[in-house]
Design a protein around this ligand. Structure first.
Ligand SMILES: Nc1ncnc2c1ncn2[C@@H]1O[C@H](COP(=O)(O)OP(=O)(O)O)[C@@H](O)[C@H]1O
Ligand SMILES: [Mg+2]
Length: 331
């Protein structure tokens, strides 16, 4: 591993555009290591990539990817950091997509159950949850997730969870094909929905891997205040791993969503510019940007979406625009 080159040098050596190698590194077609903000790559790997690229057609742009076969698009909302707006985004993007006539299923796959609670349910009261479906599957291999599906007042369906989902960590660890359980559970439901959003937990492990196997796309929220670029970079590495390991060769980053942006301060403006510089050339950053607003925790405490709670506000507008971008691509 001591013949690692910075991507810039590799581009020069092979006479190709740096941007091409960067994009390939970010979406996992080129195996490279991210050290700080710099990609390092082995020359043999660049040679392999260029050889293979000559044989395979370039992938279609991510944001306009459509399945068009009556099967739901499955999007995991994921980044290995807490408090970045994953749950808020799952709920409000889901509500905004439903308002556009999409049939939406949300899956609460975080044992904390914040999504479940935000929609007014008490996890302890529920007979059927994501966890009970996993448990049943591990003993019977029957996918019975539909038992757990509930309708909600914000126009989306929900697979709720309880804290018992924590137990699935250990139970899945010894299970056959442990990475594929959520994919198998969702399979009977994909023809009933247009979009399935999976809310994930803030650290990488078997539950997140299950979400990343089930999904075709990953939406990565980046909290602007603390400039959580490191966790976004980690997420990109994980996507790359999913592809290279063969667990999900087609997995793509749909885009990065800037959340909790406070445009009044210089720090936040700089943060946004920095994010565009560091990530913007490599994966799409959504035009939609979610500003910090107390309306979000308020809407969640009222067990509703930002669209219902403050329909004319910036927050509702941002999630409506995000829904447009998810459906039709960024302009
Ligand atoms: N744009 C925002 N402005 C202000 N508060 C927000 C915003 N988005 C989310 N929050 C609040 O921040 C907290 C963490 O958000 P959450 O979506 O639960 O993050 P995660 O799921 O990544 O842990 C929640 O209390 C939520 O209500
Ligand atoms: Mg959460």
């Amino acid at each position: 591993m001591d013949n690692l080159l910075p991507l810039k040098d590799a581009a020069q050596q092979f006479g190709v555009k740096l941007d091409r190698l960067r994009r390939a590194a970010w979406d996992g077609r080129l195996m490279a290591r991210l050290v700080g903000n710099q990609w390092l790559v082995e020359p043999e790997e660049v040679a392999r990539f260029l050889r293979d690229a000559g044989r395979r057609p370039a992938p279609a742009p991510v944001s306009v990817a459509k399945r068009g076969d009556g099967m739901a698009r499955i999007i995991a909302v994921a980044v290995p950091k807490g408090g970045t707006g994953k749950t808020t985004t799952t709920l409000n993007l889901g509500a905004a997509l439903a308002a556009q006539g999409q049939r939406v299923l949300l899956v609460d796959f975080d044992p904390q159950g914040n999504l479940t609670q935000s929609l007014g349910l008490r996890p302890g009261d529920l007979e059927h949850t994501a966890y009970t479906a996993i448990k049943h599957f591990l003993t019977s291999f029957e996918p019975q997730l539909e038992r757990a599906v509930l309708s909600t007042p914000v126009g989306v369906d929900l697979v709720p969870t309880s804290a018992r989902l924590n137990l699935a960590n250990d139970e899945l660890a010894v299970a056959i094909q442990r990475e594929f359980v959520l994919q198998k559970l969702l399979a009977p439901l994909v023809s009933s929905y247009d979009i399935i959003l999976i809310d994930t937990l803030p650290y990488l492990g078997v539950l997140v891997v299950n979400a990343l196997v089930a999904a075709q796309e990953v939406l990565v929220p980046l909290q602007s205040e603390y400039l959580a670029t490191e966790s976004v970079a980690l997420m990109m590495d994980q996507v790359q791993l999913m592809r290279r390991s063969g667990l999900n060769p087609e997995l793509r980053v749909l885009g990065i969503l800037l959340t909790m942006v406070d445009q009044r301060t210089v720090i936040h403006r700089e943060a946004v510019e920095y994010a565009r510089r560091v990530f913007g050339n490599r994966v799409p950053i959504f035009e939609a940007m979610v500003k910090r607003s107390v309306r979000f925790p308020e809407s969640q405490a009222s067990h509703t979406s930002i669209l219902a709670y403050d329909p004319e506000g910036d927050g509702a507008r941002a999630y409506r625009l995000l829904a447009e971008e998810v459906l039709h691509g960024t302009a």
